[in-house]
Design a binder for this molecule. Structure first.
Ligand SMILES: [Zn+2]
Length: 323
Protein backbone atom coordinates (compact mmCIF):
# COMPACT_ATOMS: atom_id res chain seq x y z
CA UNK A 1 0.00 0.00 0.00
CA UNK A 2 1.59 3.23 -1.14
CA UNK A 3 -1.49 5.35 -0.64
CA UNK A 4 -1.12 6.74 -4.16
CA UNK A 5 -4.34 7.33 -6.08
CA UNK A 6 -4.84 8.01 -9.78
CA UNK A 7 -7.52 10.59 -10.55
CA UNK A 8 -9.11 10.74 -14.01
CA UNK A 9 -11.39 13.53 -15.17
CA UNK A 10 -13.55 13.10 -18.28
CA UNK A 11 -14.91 16.44 -19.44
CA UNK A 12 -16.64 17.39 -22.65
CA UNK A 13 -13.67 19.50 -23.71
CA UNK A 14 -10.77 18.22 -21.60
CA UNK A 15 -9.38 14.94 -20.27
CA UNK A 16 -7.12 15.14 -17.22
CA UNK A 17 -5.14 12.66 -15.14
CA UNK A 18 -3.01 12.98 -12.04
CA UNK A 19 -1.45 10.93 -9.28
CA UNK A 20 -1.97 12.19 -5.75
CA UNK A 21 -1.07 11.28 -2.21
CA UNK A 22 -3.98 10.79 0.26
CA UNK A 23 -3.30 14.33 1.53
CA UNK A 24 -4.24 15.66 -1.91
CA UNK A 25 -0.69 16.54 -2.83
CA UNK A 26 -0.60 16.12 -6.61
CA UNK A 27 2.56 14.38 -7.83
CA UNK A 28 1.65 14.61 -11.53
CA UNK A 29 -0.98 16.39 -13.59
CA UNK A 30 -1.58 15.97 -17.33
CA UNK A 31 -4.40 17.06 -19.59
CA UNK A 32 -5.36 17.06 -23.25
CA UNK A 33 -8.42 17.91 -25.39
CA UNK A 34 -11.22 15.31 -25.25
CA UNK A 35 -11.76 15.00 -29.04
CA UNK A 36 -15.29 13.93 -28.24
CA UNK A 37 -16.14 13.47 -31.94
CA UNK A 38 -13.85 10.39 -32.05
CA UNK A 39 -16.40 8.51 -29.90
CA UNK A 40 -16.22 6.79 -26.51
CA UNK A 41 -13.86 3.95 -27.46
CA UNK A 42 -11.15 6.32 -28.74
CA UNK A 43 -11.63 8.82 -25.91
CA UNK A 44 -11.32 6.06 -23.30
CA UNK A 45 -8.16 4.78 -25.01
CA UNK A 46 -6.72 8.33 -24.76
CA UNK A 47 -7.79 8.48 -21.10
CA UNK A 48 -6.08 5.17 -20.30
CA UNK A 49 -2.92 6.39 -22.02
CA UNK A 50 -3.04 9.70 -20.13
CA UNK A 51 -3.48 7.78 -16.85
CA UNK A 52 -0.50 5.53 -17.61
CA UNK A 53 1.64 8.59 -18.39
CA UNK A 54 0.54 10.32 -15.16
CA UNK A 55 1.64 7.22 -13.22
CA UNK A 56 4.90 7.00 -15.18
CA UNK A 57 5.66 10.63 -14.43
CA UNK A 58 5.95 9.99 -10.70
CA UNK A 59 8.35 7.10 -11.32
CA UNK A 60 5.77 4.53 -10.23
CA UNK A 61 4.06 1.62 -11.94
CA UNK A 62 0.40 0.69 -11.80
CA UNK A 63 0.94 -1.77 -8.91
CA UNK A 64 1.80 1.25 -6.76
CA UNK A 65 -1.67 2.75 -7.34
CA UNK A 66 -4.16 1.81 -4.59
CA UNK A 67 -7.25 2.97 -6.45
CA UNK A 68 -8.48 4.97 -9.41
CA UNK A 69 -11.13 7.65 -9.15
CA UNK A 70 -12.99 8.84 -12.22
CA UNK A 71 -15.12 11.97 -12.48
CA UNK A 72 -17.39 12.11 -15.52
CA UNK A 73 -20.37 14.11 -16.70
CA UNK A 74 -23.72 12.59 -15.66
CA UNK A 75 -26.23 11.13 -15.75
CA UNK A 76 -24.49 7.96 -14.73
CA UNK A 77 -24.83 4.95 -12.45
CA UNK A 78 -22.14 5.72 -9.89
CA UNK A 79 -22.25 2.34 -8.15
CA UNK A 80 -21.85 0.29 -11.34
CA UNK A 81 -19.76 2.94 -13.07
CA UNK A 82 -21.94 3.14 -16.18
CA UNK A 83 -22.20 6.39 -18.14
CA UNK A 84 -25.73 7.09 -19.36
CA UNK A 85 -25.72 9.56 -22.22
CA UNK A 86 -24.35 12.80 -20.73
CA UNK A 87 -25.20 15.87 -22.83
CA UNK A 88 -21.49 16.83 -22.98
CA UNK A 89 -20.39 13.37 -24.23
CA UNK A 90 -22.53 12.52 -27.26
CA UNK A 91 -22.65 8.78 -28.02
CA UNK A 92 -21.76 7.66 -24.49
CA UNK A 93 -24.85 5.47 -24.14
CA UNK A 94 -24.50 2.89 -21.34
CA UNK A 95 -20.70 2.93 -21.41
CA UNK A 96 -19.30 0.67 -18.62
CA UNK A 97 -16.48 3.08 -17.78
CA UNK A 98 -15.52 1.50 -14.43
CA UNK A 99 -15.14 -1.94 -16.00
CA UNK A 100 -13.24 -0.63 -19.05
CA UNK A 101 -10.75 1.29 -16.88
CA UNK A 102 -10.31 -1.62 -14.45
CA UNK A 103 -9.69 -3.99 -17.38
CA UNK A 104 -7.18 -1.61 -18.98
CA UNK A 105 -5.27 -0.54 -15.86
CA UNK A 106 -5.81 -3.50 -13.52
CA UNK A 107 -6.67 -1.43 -10.43
CA UNK A 108 -10.02 -0.91 -8.64
CA UNK A 109 -11.85 2.09 -10.08
CA UNK A 110 -14.67 4.24 -8.72
CA UNK A 111 -16.88 6.52 -10.83
CA UNK A 112 -18.75 9.65 -9.76
CA UNK A 113 -20.60 12.52 -11.38
CA UNK A 114 -17.96 15.22 -11.97
CA UNK A 115 -19.73 17.89 -9.90
CA UNK A 116 -20.17 15.43 -7.03
CA UNK A 117 -16.48 14.59 -7.29
CA UNK A 118 -15.57 18.29 -7.24
CA UNK A 119 -17.69 18.79 -4.11
CA UNK A 120 -15.85 15.97 -2.36
CA UNK A 121 -12.49 17.29 -3.61
CA UNK A 122 -13.18 20.75 -2.18
CA UNK A 123 -14.32 19.09 1.07
CA UNK A 124 -11.16 16.98 1.45
CA UNK A 125 -8.53 19.23 -0.04
CA UNK A 126 -9.90 22.69 -0.82
CA UNK A 127 -12.18 25.47 0.43
CA UNK A 128 -14.35 23.05 2.42
CA UNK A 129 -11.70 21.36 4.57
CA UNK A 130 -13.10 20.64 8.03
CA UNK A 131 -16.67 21.56 7.00
CA UNK A 132 -19.04 18.57 7.16
CA UNK A 133 -22.10 20.19 5.57
CA UNK A 134 -21.44 21.97 2.31
CA UNK A 135 -22.79 22.37 -1.21
CA UNK A 136 -20.58 22.95 -4.22
CA UNK A 137 -21.86 24.64 -7.36
CA UNK A 138 -19.93 24.87 -10.60
CA UNK A 139 -20.95 27.73 -12.88
CA UNK A 140 -19.22 26.97 -16.12
CA UNK A 141 -20.46 25.91 -19.57
CA UNK A 142 -23.30 24.35 -17.52
CA UNK A 143 -24.30 24.57 -13.87
CA UNK A 144 -23.76 21.49 -11.73
CA UNK A 145 -23.72 20.76 -8.04
CA UNK A 146 -22.58 18.34 -5.39
CA UNK A 147 -23.65 17.88 -1.78
CA UNK A 148 -21.50 16.84 1.17
CA UNK A 149 -23.66 15.96 4.18
CA UNK A 150 -22.21 14.77 7.47
CA UNK A 151 -18.77 14.63 5.88
CA UNK A 152 -19.90 12.21 3.14
CA UNK A 153 -20.89 12.75 -0.45
CA UNK A 154 -24.67 12.67 -0.76
CA UNK A 155 -25.30 11.02 -4.13
CA UNK A 156 -28.92 9.96 -3.77
CA UNK A 157 -30.11 6.54 -4.96
CA UNK A 158 -28.27 6.56 -8.28
CA UNK A 159 -25.42 8.98 -7.61
CA UNK A 160 -26.95 11.86 -9.53
CA UNK A 161 -28.06 14.12 -6.66
CA UNK A 162 -27.10 17.76 -6.74
CA UNK A 163 -28.41 18.76 -10.19
CA UNK A 164 -29.05 22.25 -8.88
CA UNK A 165 -28.60 23.74 -12.34
CA UNK A 166 -31.98 22.18 -13.14
CA UNK A 167 -33.83 23.19 -9.97
CA UNK A 168 -36.09 25.81 -11.54
CA UNK A 169 -36.25 29.33 -10.14
CA UNK A 170 -39.15 30.30 -12.46
CA UNK A 171 -41.75 27.63 -13.28
CA UNK A 172 -43.03 29.47 -16.36
CA UNK A 173 -39.68 31.03 -17.28
CA UNK A 174 -37.19 30.48 -20.07
CA UNK A 175 -36.97 26.99 -21.65
CA UNK A 176 -34.16 24.56 -20.79
CA UNK A 177 -32.76 21.65 -22.82
CA UNK A 178 -33.91 19.35 -19.99
CA UNK A 179 -37.56 20.11 -20.82
CA UNK A 180 -38.31 22.28 -17.80
CA UNK A 181 -38.59 26.06 -17.62
CA UNK A 182 -36.67 28.51 -15.51
CA UNK A 183 -33.59 26.35 -14.89
CA UNK A 184 -30.57 28.32 -13.59
CA UNK A 185 -28.32 26.57 -16.12
CA UNK A 186 -30.37 27.77 -19.10
CA UNK A 187 -29.91 31.40 -17.97
CA UNK A 188 -26.79 31.82 -15.85
CA UNK A 189 -24.23 29.31 -17.17
CA UNK A 190 -21.29 30.84 -19.03
CA UNK A 191 -22.71 29.60 -22.32
CA UNK A 192 -26.08 31.18 -21.65
CA UNK A 193 -24.72 34.49 -20.31
CA UNK A 194 -22.88 34.83 -23.63
CA UNK A 195 -25.98 33.78 -25.61
CA UNK A 196 -28.19 36.35 -23.84
CA UNK A 197 -25.62 39.08 -24.53
CA UNK A 198 -25.47 38.10 -28.21
CA UNK A 199 -29.26 38.17 -28.44
CA UNK A 200 -29.39 41.65 -26.87
CA UNK A 201 -26.73 42.83 -29.34
CA UNK A 202 -28.63 41.29 -32.26
CA UNK A 203 -31.71 43.19 -31.08
CA UNK A 204 -29.69 46.36 -31.69
CA UNK A 205 -28.92 47.40 -28.10
CA UNK A 206 -25.82 49.64 -28.17
CA UNK A 207 -22.78 48.23 -26.35
CA UNK A 208 -18.99 48.14 -26.32
CA UNK A 209 -19.44 44.40 -26.97
CA UNK A 210 -20.87 45.01 -30.46
CA UNK A 211 -18.97 43.27 -33.24
CA UNK A 212 -17.16 40.84 -30.91
CA UNK A 213 -17.58 37.09 -30.41
CA UNK A 214 -18.96 37.59 -26.91
CA UNK A 215 -18.05 35.29 -24.01
CA UNK A 216 -19.28 35.37 -20.41
CA UNK A 217 -15.87 36.77 -19.44
CA UNK A 218 -16.37 39.66 -21.89
CA UNK A 219 -19.78 40.37 -20.36
CA UNK A 220 -18.29 40.45 -16.85
CA UNK A 221 -15.47 42.77 -17.91
CA UNK A 222 -17.80 45.11 -19.79
CA UNK A 223 -20.19 45.14 -16.82
CA UNK A 224 -17.32 46.08 -14.50
CA UNK A 225 -16.49 48.92 -16.92
CA UNK A 226 -20.09 50.17 -16.79
CA UNK A 227 -21.36 49.11 -20.24
CA UNK A 228 -25.16 49.38 -19.90
CA UNK A 229 -26.06 46.22 -21.85
CA UNK A 230 -23.44 44.15 -20.02
CA UNK A 231 -24.54 45.56 -16.64
CA UNK A 232 -28.13 44.56 -17.39
CA UNK A 233 -27.18 41.01 -18.50
CA UNK A 234 -24.86 40.58 -15.50
CA UNK A 235 -27.37 41.94 -12.96
CA UNK A 236 -30.11 39.63 -14.28
CA UNK A 237 -27.65 36.73 -14.03
CA UNK A 238 -26.89 37.60 -10.40
CA UNK A 239 -30.61 37.64 -9.56
CA UNK A 240 -30.92 34.07 -10.87
CA UNK A 241 -27.73 32.90 -9.15
CA UNK A 242 -28.84 34.57 -5.90
CA UNK A 243 -32.15 32.70 -6.05
CA UNK A 244 -30.31 29.47 -6.88
CA UNK A 245 -28.01 29.77 -3.86
CA UNK A 246 -30.98 30.75 -1.64
CA UNK A 247 -32.70 27.50 -2.70
CA UNK A 248 -29.56 25.58 -1.75
CA UNK A 249 -29.41 27.28 1.66
CA UNK A 250 -33.10 26.63 2.35
CA UNK A 251 -32.96 23.01 1.16
CA UNK A 252 -29.72 21.85 2.79
CA UNK A 253 -28.83 24.31 5.59
CA UNK A 254 -25.12 24.00 4.81
CA UNK A 255 -22.39 25.86 6.68
CA UNK A 256 -20.72 26.62 3.38
CA UNK A 257 -21.62 27.07 -0.28
CA UNK A 258 -18.60 26.85 -2.58
CA UNK A 259 -18.90 28.37 -6.04
CA UNK A 260 -16.45 27.25 -8.73
CA UNK A 261 -16.19 27.20 -12.52
CA UNK A 262 -15.13 29.80 -15.07
CA UNK A 263 -17.93 32.31 -14.44
CA UNK A 264 -16.83 32.67 -10.78
CA UNK A 265 -13.47 34.04 -11.94
CA UNK A 266 -15.34 37.37 -12.07
CA UNK A 267 -14.60 37.48 -8.32
CA UNK A 268 -16.32 40.15 -6.21
CA UNK A 269 -18.41 41.21 -9.19
CA UNK A 270 -20.17 37.84 -8.70
CA UNK A 271 -19.69 36.96 -5.03
CA UNK A 272 -20.85 40.31 -3.60
CA UNK A 273 -24.30 40.34 -5.28
CA UNK A 274 -24.82 36.56 -4.98
CA UNK A 275 -24.11 36.67 -1.22
CA UNK A 276 -26.37 39.70 -0.72
CA UNK A 277 -29.26 38.34 -2.83
CA UNK A 278 -29.05 34.77 -1.51
CA UNK A 279 -28.83 35.63 2.17
CA UNK A 280 -31.74 38.10 1.83
CA UNK A 281 -33.99 35.24 0.64
CA UNK A 282 -33.22 32.56 3.20
CA UNK A 283 -35.53 31.52 5.99
CA UNK A 284 -33.65 30.71 9.16
CA UNK A 285 -30.94 32.54 11.07
CA UNK A 286 -28.60 29.55 10.53
CA UNK A 287 -28.88 29.94 6.75
CA UNK A 288 -27.99 33.61 7.09
CA UNK A 289 -24.75 32.57 8.79
CA UNK A 290 -23.73 30.38 5.86
CA UNK A 291 -20.58 31.38 4.05
CA UNK A 292 -20.50 31.63 0.24
CA UNK A 293 -16.91 31.31 -0.95
CA UNK A 294 -14.84 30.65 -4.10
CA UNK A 295 -13.58 27.14 -4.87
CA UNK A 296 -9.91 26.62 -4.06
CA UNK A 297 -8.72 23.82 -6.36
CA UNK A 298 -8.94 25.63 -9.72
CA UNK A 299 -7.96 23.60 -12.77
CA UNK A 300 -7.06 20.65 -10.48
CA UNK A 301 -10.66 20.30 -9.24
CA UNK A 302 -11.58 17.46 -11.60
CA UNK A 303 -8.57 15.27 -10.85
CA UNK A 304 -8.49 15.97 -7.10
CA UNK A 305 -12.24 15.39 -6.93
CA UNK A 306 -11.75 12.01 -8.60
CA UNK A 307 -8.97 11.22 -6.11
CA UNK A 308 -11.29 12.13 -3.22
CA UNK A 309 -13.99 9.83 -4.63
CA UNK A 310 -11.53 6.92 -4.83
CA UNK A 311 -10.35 7.51 -1.26
CA UNK A 312 -13.90 7.70 0.13
CA UNK A 313 -15.30 4.70 -1.78
CA UNK A 314 -12.23 2.54 -1.15
CA UNK A 315 -12.46 3.28 2.58
CA UNK A 316 -16.19 2.42 2.52
CA UNK A 317 -15.49 -0.87 0.68
CA UNK A 318 -12.77 -1.81 3.16
CA UNK A 319 -15.08 -0.99 6.10
CA UNK A 320 -17.78 -3.13 4.43
CA UNK A 321 -15.41 -6.10 4.15
CA UNK A 322 -14.28 -5.67 7.77
CA UNK A 323 -17.90 -5.63 8.95
ZN1 LIG B 1 -33.04 22.26 -17.02
Amino acid sequence: MTGLVLGLDVGGTKLAAGVAEPTGRLRSFLHEPTRVDEGPEAVIAHLVDLGRRAVGEVGANLEAIDAIGIGCGGPLDAERGIIQDPPNLPGWTDIPLKELIEDALGRPAFVANDADAAALGEHRFGAGRGVDHLVYLTISTGIGGGIVAGGRLYGGVSGNAGEIGHVSVSYDGWPCVCGRRGCPEAFASGTNIARRAREALAAGDPSSLAGTDVTAKDVAEAAAAGDALAVRIWDETMVVLGATVANVLNAFDPALVILGGGVTHAGDLLFEPVRRLALAQTLGPQARDARIVPAALGSRTGVLGAVAVALERKAADTAGVAA
